[in-house]
Every structure is written in C-alpha cells, then in structure tokens.
Write a protein of this length. Structure first.
Length: 180
C-alpha cells in the first residue's frame, strides 16, 4: 500500500513539474513597456533629412511593402493619425504618394540598413533629433505603435544631428527605446 502511495505522489510531482516547465516556456513577453528589436536607431550619415526634404523635425515617412511612400508629415504625430496609414501599408491598400528615396545608414546595432533592400516590409521612418522637443514628445506614441504592430513594421529613427549630437547623446536621450 505504501508503495502505491509513493508512486502516486511521484506521479503527481512529475506531472506538476512538467506543467510548470511547459507553462513558463509557453508564456509570451507581456511587458507592454518594452520596445521590440524592430525599432532601429541610426545617425544620418547619408543625408536622409535632405533626401526626404525634412525641413522640420520630426518628419515621419511611412513606406509600404512595395517601397512607395504612403504618408509624409512634419511635426509631432499622434498614434491615432498614423495607425490608418500603417494598417493600409501592411495590407498593401494605401494610396501611394510616390517612390521612396533610397538611403543607407548604419544602425546603433552595427547593422547596415539599406532601404531598397527592405522591400516586402513596412518601414516607419522617423527623421528626428535630440534637441527637438516635439521629437522627444513623439517617442511614446511611436513606442505604442511599435508595441502594437511588432513584427509587422520596422521603425527606424534617424537622428539628423539637429544640435550636433553624437550617437552617445542619442543613446543617453532615447535609451529607454533603444535595444543594443
């Protein structure tokens, strides 16, 4: 009789342990305050600001999967304004404003980002600067978009050296959004 009780207890413990391992391995990250690795940061070493005629910052450009611009706007943008354009870019149903202009930047993760090699992906290009209050104010909105759309978009924030900043200054200012 004791032998059966020990076997039953061992079975229950084994099943419990397997359940705990399975449940902990299957849970997804639910911290909605963490940026994903699809938010890239770079310094403007290819005149992105001038190529996109960004006379004011922040300037946001949404590029669809075909490489066409579907949104272009200067100034701080709220999430509610951008979401319809992003969704249409993802669905490939957005009105096209024209072809995107190719550029190449080196991200803070030491990745070479060449826009023309990103066809098939929706890109949200954020042309910004450290010394720009609307740029700083817009970051939480972009973070919410990045969290909501995750792997459906790539968010690329390109610092235009508005106040002569360096990569280190950008990391100090926007570090909570940057994953290195």
């Amino acid at each position: 009789m004791q032998k059966y009780i020990v076997i039953i207890i061992l079975l229950i413990l084994t099943i419990s342990l397997i359940s705990i391992i399975f449940i902990s391995g299957c849970t997804e990250k639910t911290d909605k305050n963490e940026p994903t690795d699809k938010w890239l940061f770079a310094m403007d070493n290819d005149n992105v600001q001038y190529k996109y005629q960004a006379s004011g910052i922040p300037t946001l450009v949404i590029i669809d999967k075909d490489g066409d611009v579907v949104f272009y706007g200067q100034g701080k943008h709220d999430k509610e304004i951008l979401i319809p354009y992003i969704e249409k870019a993802i669905e490939s149903t957005a009105t096209k404003l024209g072809e995107s202009i190719d550029f190449t930047v080196k991200t803070f993760n030491n990745e070479t980002f060449k826009l023309s090699e990103r066809k098939g992906e929706v890109i949200v290009l954020d042309i910004m600067g450290v010394g720009c209050p609307p740029c700083v104010a817009q970051m939480p909105e972009l973070q919410e978009i990045q969290i909501e759309y995750g792997n459906d978009i790539i968010l690329l924030s390109v610092d235009v050296r508005f106040t002569g900043e360096t990569q280190q200054k950008v990391i100090e200012t926007y570090g909570e959004y940057i994953i290195l």
